[in-house]
Design a protein around this ligand. Sequence first.
Ligand SMILES: Nc1ncnc2c1ncn2[C@@H]1O[C@H](COP(=O)(O)OP(=O)(O)OP(=O)(O)O)[C@@H](O)[C@H]1O
Length: 269
Amino acid sequence: MTIINFKNVNLVRGKKHILRNINWQVNQGENWSILGLNGSGKSSLLKLILAEEWKTSGDISVLDIKFGSGEIPRLRKRVSVVGSFIAERFSSTIKAENLVYTGKFNSSMLYKPYTNQELDEARDLLKSIGAGHLIGRTYGTLSQGEKQLLLIARSLILNPEILILDEATNGLDLFAKEKLQVQLHQIKNLDKSPTMIYITHHPDEISEDFTHLLLLRDGQVIQAGVKKDLLNEKILSDFYQENIEIHQIRHKYFVIPKTMDCNFKMNNK
Ligand SMILES: Nc1ncnc2c1ncn2[C@@H]1O[C@H](COP(=O)(O)OP(=O)(O)OP(=O)(O)O)[C@@H](O)[C@H]1O
């Protein structure tokens, strides 16, 4: 089954050609990372998947639902997102377990009170990801990392078929980042694991669980394919249009601009 299919997709807003001729196919069993610099179009691509933005031209289908077919509300219940543009939608007074429960409806609020029993499902999920201590806390009083934990729990309550992580480590400390990777690894090993899409600026965050990589620059797909074929110095130097070197420590790939050494020496003369 094809999970996501973009054919010749363009997105234009005003005079800005935000995404240009995007061809991208995600198949069952693949987990993709999307790597791009600021302004390359990552969030816009995500909004197209969620049908929050509408393509200017081309064809998009997600989970075999063709956009334009009127089935978008049904689709939204099958896709979850963790990311800042979701994080900003919640009231600062909502309680942790209520926020997690909103994931059931893919909305940012609960339209009626829920029983303690119903909210227990959210509490159990919080406990299962090591966030039990946040139960009962109000969203506005939480740290960035704590908020992120709520969003992860929220994204899982529906058993989504696609889980999108958009700069999901923003605001997380060193250890919380590692914990997120462990959680993603656990999700990947679930019986009915979702297809995961991990959007990031940072190559070192692309864990072993991600099999494929899409390199996005200035609204265009520069490369898309099997990760191990693309994470090399030649391809990434072409992609960044800068000479870079890659240092692999355990399973992490650290990318360092070669020019950095030179600037560092100049500044420290
Ligand atoms: N509605 C819009 N009208 C005009 N330009 C837009 C619009 N939405 C996005 N853009 C522009 O399109 C480009 C891509 O934006 P997008 O937010 O998708 O990038 P991004 O890769 O997510 O960036 P970042 O990593 O900085 O969050 C940017 O130059 C942005 O200013």
